[in-house]
Design a binder for this molecule. Structure first.
Ligand code: SAM
Length: 309
């Protein structure tokens, strides 16, 4: 399988422009996927450059290990990008020149039955990136009441029919434990108008995926940890696909690119603002119309970049 078949990298040129400032430097690609970004970063680096890349998904790790089989400048680690500090410490790396994460799932994950991320296939309703850790979505659903289920769908999927769907799930699991994507699809179909079904299913699956993988917390931890390990002058680049993720990045960048704003008469800072970043993108960067046409999955991408001070 070619890289582009596994996943077409989004906003690739812009990511490279913001990320790589020193061709001899050390970089971190937190979301290896099909290695689209990693390959382009390595092409830009000199022989001295180095790249550390992580992913939680076995298929992504296996695919990229084969792809970079003859490449000594890359170290591939199966781990959560939120652990960037420990991952680098284990490799005896103190500081790096830049880090990037490209959030969400790859095309391979959406298009492959055994990955279990799509409502188009009948498989376990699992949704974990790393199927060897944590709790699958079906177990979580079987243990929840309608109120909690609705909260997940409303918060992470901004789903209008969240409570209706949640009540239908609760009725179902009172009679029979839920296990498969087909069961979820049937339940959602019962309470959703036919012309809205696909969009609703996308939001429901997205919501449970974000919840199951703790995606928003991973992002927050990654941001906090990464600015401690990026050198002064180094770069932090985030590509997100969901307004909740983008809000986290935006607030983090704002918070860290301002000096303390407490009134001068305060003896101690209570606002917590510290000047640690310089924003490189005043507004979000989105794919061009041409990229969106060539790669419709890039549609909702939003890129923000900052320099560590
Ligand atoms: C959009 S894809 C990345 C595609 C990649 N940039 C490329 O060009 O091929 C996102 C990848 O991030 C991985 N992922 C999601 N959350 C993660 C986390 N917290 N830690 C490590 N990998 C994660 C997913 O398994 C998926 O392979």
């Amino acid at each position: 399988m070619q890289t582009n078949e596994f996943h077409k990298p989004v906003l690739l040129e812009t990511v490279l422009e913001f990320l790589v400032t020193d061709v001899d430097g050390i970089y971190f690609d937190g979301t290896l996927g099909g290695g689209g970004y990693s390959e382009a970063i390595l092409n830009k680096l000199s022989k001295e450059g180095r790249l550390i890349a992580t992913d939680l998904d076995d298929a992504a790790i296996n695919f990229s290990e084969k792809k970079f089989n003859n490449e000594s400048r890359i170290t591939i680690v199966k781990d959560n990008f939120k652990n960037i500090k420990n991952i680098l410490m284990d490799l005896n790396i103190e500081k790096i020149n830049g880090a990037v994460v490209d959030l969400g799932i790859s095309s391979y994950q959406i298009d492959t039955e055994s990955e279990g991320f799509s409502y188009r296939f009948d498989t376990d309703f699992d949704l974990r990136f790393d199927k060897s850790k944590g709790v699958p979505a079906y177990e979580i659903v079987n243990d929840m009441e309608a109120k909690e289920l609705a909260e997940i769908m409303r918060t992470y999927g901004e789903e209008r029919f969240a409570f209706k769907i949640a009540r239908e799930i609760e009725n179902y699991i009172k009679k029979k434990k839920l296990r498969t994507t087909k069961e979820i699809v049937e339940i959602v179909s019962r309470v959703t108008p036919r012309n809205k079904l696909n969009d609703t299913l996308s939001r429901v699956f997205q919501a449970f995926r974000i919840y199951v993988n703790d995606e928003l917390e991973n992002l927050k931890e990654f941001l906090n940890n990464s600015i401690d390990v990026i050198k002064s002058g180094g770069r932090l680049v985030v590509v997100s696909y969901h307004s909740l993720e983008d809000r986290i990045v935006k607030e983090f960048f704002n918070q860290n690119s301002q000096e303390c704003t407490c009134p001068p008469e305060y003896k101690k800072c209570i606002c917590g603002k510290k000047l640690r970043l310089r924003k490189l993108t005043k507004k979000i960067i989105t794919p061009s119309e041409e990229e969106k046409k060539l790669n419709p999955r890039s549609r909702s991408a939003k890129l923000r970049a900052a320099e560590v001070l």
